[in-house]
Write a protein that binds this ligand. Structure first.
Ligand SMILES: [Ca+2]
Ligand SMILES: [Ca+2]
Length: 135
């Protein structure tokens, strides 16, 4: 996923294996952790890509970019450096604004509690925070 220190996503045709697009995410000071697709949020008919990453201060950030026009981007901060990211997914709209949500799983470093935070993919509003304590 890394090339010249800048994380990038490469999209290939599933049949021909031809590279369709290369999209850079974040900058060289970020560490990419995971990737998901998000249904189209800017009404150009093309889905978005969202990369989960950690910045050099340890903040857990999602960068979303349009798969056809990578300039259309947004950064969404999900957790501070007290958490370690584990995964990302997109999900159906739950706050009724017609825009899908992004959910990130992270582990709180102090006690190992897993937490999922769900944010709107455009407004960035925190819609839900769910703890999964260790048994
Ligand atoms: Ca789009
Ligand atoms: Ca929504």
């Amino acid at each position: 996923m890394k090339l010249s220190g800048i994380p990038q996503v490469i999209i290939k045709d599933n049949t021909t294996e031809v590279t369709i697009r290369k999209i850079k995410f974040f900058g060289p000071t970020y560490t990419p952790k995971a990737l998901t697709t998000v249904p189209d949020v800017n009404s150009n008919g093309i889905p978005e890509l969202a990369v989960l990453g950690v910045d050099k201060e340890g903040n857990v950030i999602v960068q979303r970019r349009d798969a056809s026009n990578p300039q259309l981007e947004m950064n969404i901060t999900f957790f501070d450096s007290n958490f370690r990211p584990e995964g990302i997914t997109s999900m159906q709209d739950i706050d009724g604004n017609g825009i899908p949500e992004i959910a990130v799983l992270a582990i709180r470093k102090s006690d190992g509690v897993a937490q999922v935070r769900i944010r709107d993919a455009v407004t960035r509003v925190l819609l839900k925070s769910i703890n999964y304590p260790r048994n």
